[in-house]
Write a protein that binds this ligand. Structure first.
Ligand SMILES: C[C@H](N)C(=O)N[C@@H](CCCCN)C(=O)O
Length: 466
């Protein structure tokens, strides 16, 4: 058995980095599709779609609806543990392509002539038929992309455990964040060629390429399993059982990391949706300029993440790194909240974005490789699924909370903006204080995590590389 493991494909550096390139490429295309409409809000408000900002926001949140409400993320985790990596990667890839195709169809001219469009337009008249179908498609895509996310994490653990695990996870996230950068640069260009539907079509084509890279990877996965032979086969008592979900939800390490995850990501991803407008209001610059400043946030964070991963593999200190990340999160949101607009300038904005970017590297780089240290391998997929599920609840609700707090703390401003009043803009102090509040709670949980780690001996502060 030891000999088999020694000659396994995963022991070859080249093979495991090729595996990583294949699965990360799919995540590049998947993250590209997630934000394909984000830079096109203004275009979609006009003919022929007429999507109001609320409708646009609803579609964004729609990504998480099936995962949260129908519990699809928990089901995805169970599928992963029961059916294995290859089956789940293919299912996730096909689900993404299916959902994306529906979203594309919703934006085509052909759809507007159909009986389905008439039917969807016959109820809740405030939401156009195209938006309803696009939201359904995005919800299906959301199931696929999150299923892909947990499967990719489990795949990286399979190839890199005891080796460069955190660095590999960091690289995968870096590639995914490049997808976010690429979409902010390219989607407006595609839309200029043929409207929002062209951008979505390009995103769909990219996803098909992503499906192919997942598919090619499955051959490597099969080969690795064959080489490991019975070493890869689990004993009956090692198989996943539904009752393991109970073990996950009563594991103090899991609960603390899941809490930390929802708090941290709630202060990052929903913030990303409002950041352009916030910077434009606070710096008194155009949305285009603000968006250009902010587009470097995901790419900067992404580039730093593998280096943090490399450090964690060599030196450890994962739980402490999460604490430092949460602290930087609070510092940056407090700067955005409390420095008055008169004193806030481009330099302060850029420094604050850098601080937030460092936080966005420290926490993800240390959080995801910590999960295999707190749960057993046989239910690792379900543990990732459950953490994503808890996180998705925050990602679904927090944008609504922020939107509501922005309106409530700026009475009359949305009406002034709609009426085209010169100089009308939002003050983001209250939403920013809410984001900072999530950070403060995350600091608390990071401290709890260090205590739990010491008590339970998970080894979160130990290096990943043996
Ligand atoms: C949004 C998604 N559920 C998420 O948490 N993404 C993480 C990466 C998770 C690990 C992926 N293999 C992110 O930081 O983008």
């Amino acid at each position: 058995m030891t000999e088999k493991i020694q000659h396994a494909l995963s022991e070859s550096k080249t093979a495991r980095w090729i595996a990583l390139i294949l699965i990360s490429s799919t995540m590049f295309f998947a993250y590209f599709f997630v934000d394909v409409l984000a830079p096109l809000q203004e275009l979609l408000e006009k003919s022929p779609t007429f999507w109001k900002p609320e409708v646009f926001g609803m579609i964004g949140g729609g990504e998480f609806v099936l995962n949260v409400v129908a519990g699809m993320l928990i089901i995805s985790g169970i599928i992963l543990d029961k059916m294995g990596i290859r089956f789940t990667l293919i299912t996730a890839g096909l689900t993404m392509v299916l959902g994306a195709s529906l979203k594309y169809y919703a934006l085509t001219e052909g759809f507007t002539q159909t009986a389905l469009a008439s039917f969807l337009g016959s109820f809740i008249s405030g939401i156009p038929a195209s938006a309803k179908l696009a939201m359904a498609g995005f919800a299906i895509f959301g199931v696929g992309v999150e299923m892909a996310g947990i499967t990719v994490s489990k795949t990286i653990v399979k190839w890199f455990k005891g080796k460069e695990m955190a660095m590999a996870m960091g690289l995968e996230m870096a590639v995914a964040r490049l997808g976010v950068f690429a979409v902010f640069q390219l989607s407006p260009v595609f839309a200029e060629m043929g409207g929002p539907s062209k951008s979505v079509l390009m995103g769909l084509i990219f996803l098909c390429i992503g499906f192919m890279t997942f598919f090619i990877y499955t051959f490597m996965d099969r080969k690795l399993d064959k080489q490991l032979g019975e070493a890869a086969q689990l004993e009956p008592e090692d198989e996943f059982h539904l009752s393991d979900l109970g073990k996950i939800f009563t594991n103090p390490g899991f609960l603390t990391i899941a809490g930390l995850c929802v708090l941290f990501y709630s202060a990052i991803f929903p913030f990303q949706k409002f950041a352009t407008n916030m910077l434009s209001s606070k710096l008194d610059i155009s949305l285009k300029e603000a968006s250009a400043y902010f587009s470097y946030f995901p790419i900067g964070a992404g580039l730093l993440t593998p280096f943090i991963g490399w450090f964690l593999d060599k030196k450890g200190k994962g739980a402490s790194v999460m604490l430092y990340g949460a602290m930087l999160l609070v510092v940056s949101h407090l700067i955005f909240a409390l420095v008055p607009a008169e004193s806030f300038n481009t330099a302060i904005a850029l420094i604050t974005i850098v601080i937030l970017g460092v936080a966005f590297s420290l926490v993800p780089a240390s959080m995801w490789p910590s999960v295999p240290k707190i749960v057993e391998a046989r239910y690792l997929g379900s543990a990732y699924g459950c953490i994503f599920w808890i996180q998705n609840i925050g990602l679904m609700l927090v944008p609504m909370l922020i939107g509501w707090s922005l309106s409530a703390s700026n009475p009359g401003v949305s009406e002034q903006i709609a009426a085209g009043v010169e100089g009308a803009k939002y003050n983001y102090m209250v939403p920013e204080l809410i984001f900072a509040g999530f950070g403060v709670l995350a600091i608390g949980l990071s401290i709890v995590l260090r205590v739990v780690d010491r008590k339970k001996g998970y080894g979160l502060e130990l290096p990943n590389k043996k």
